[in-house]
Design a protein around this ligand. Structure first.
Ligand SMILES: C[S@@+](CC[C@H](N)C(=O)[O-])C[C@H]1O[C@@H](n2cnc3c(N)ncnc32)[C@H](O)[C@@H]1O
Length: 227
């Protein structure tokens, strides 16, 4: 790959054709393609470019491999699939990266690129709240996933009630299972507040911490079943 075409994602260049993620835990950088706003394949709805919360969450998971090693992981609203790729590279298995239909061609392209470096991802459509998608995914994972991950998917313009339905349907009921959401604050506490209230209503507890530089206002919310 032309290294001149690769931009480090901490600066989150959404125009570069490729993004690269490196961490001390990994033997090689993860390289993924994106389709920026100046590309003909740019996808409205923001799935075709990287977002800062994704790199923060990928970094956090590589810093805490004990959370993911040998655990089944599903990424929601995966976009390029960076968070899922970091999980797979850091020892999670199996890893399923999901997004809505229009995002799948690029996700599948990145699946193929990562496979060249032996980073194995499965890809599936998951339109939030769609029972048909839940049923198809659960056929292969009848008791759900140990870990659900999502970066920058809590936005007021998204169907968050449906996202919550998917989380509830797909997260294993074990008290060891976790839902991890990386949330970038953009003058809106209500959306994450509603999501937390729904989770608490169905018996989950939630904690949060800063992800990286406090000035960036990116937070990790961790949800778990209480019993
Ligand atoms: C801001 S992007 C974040 C992408 C990626 N997680 C990242 O952080 O780089 C939001 C993602 O949510 C997905 N999304 C939004 N609404 C969705 C829905 N109803 N069902 C499935 N995915 C959805 C979009 O396709 C997009 O990939």
């Amino acid at each position: 790959m032309d290294s001149g075409a690769v931009d480090a994602i901490h600066g989150c260049n959404q125009r570069a054709p490729c993004v690269e993620f490196m961490h001390g835990l990994l033997s090689k950088p993860l390289r993924l393609e994106q389709r920026g706003a100046t590309s003909g394949d740019f996808v409205q709805g923001t799935s075709s470019v990287i977002w800062p919360a994704a790199s923060r969450l990928a970094e956090y998971l590589c810093d805490h491999p004990e959370l993911i090693k040998d655990r089944s992981v599903l990424e929601l609203g995966a976009g390029l699939g960076l968070v899922g790729a970091a999980c797979a590279a850091a020892g999670a298995k199996p890893v399923l990266v999901t997004d809505c239909e229009r995002a799948l061609p690029l996700l599948e392209r990145n699946q193929a690129l990562l496979a060249e470096d032996s980073v194995i991802l499965n890809v599936s459509r998951l339109e939030w709240g769609l029972a048909e998608d839940h049923a198809r995914i659960l056929e292969g994972h009848p008791s759900g996933f140990d870990l659900l991950v999502g970066s920058d998917i809590i936005l007021s313009s998204f169907e968050l009630d449906k996202l919550f339905e998917s989380c509830r349907a797909l997260l294993s009921r074990s008290t060891d299972s976790r839902l991890l959401l990386a949330f970038e604050f953009r003058e809106d506490w209500e959306s994450i507040g509603n999501f937390i209230a729904w989770a608490e209503e169905v018996g989950m507890e939630v904690c949060h911490e800063e992800l990286g530089d406090p000035d960036d206002e990116i937070y990790l919310y961790t949800f778990r079943w209480t019993g």
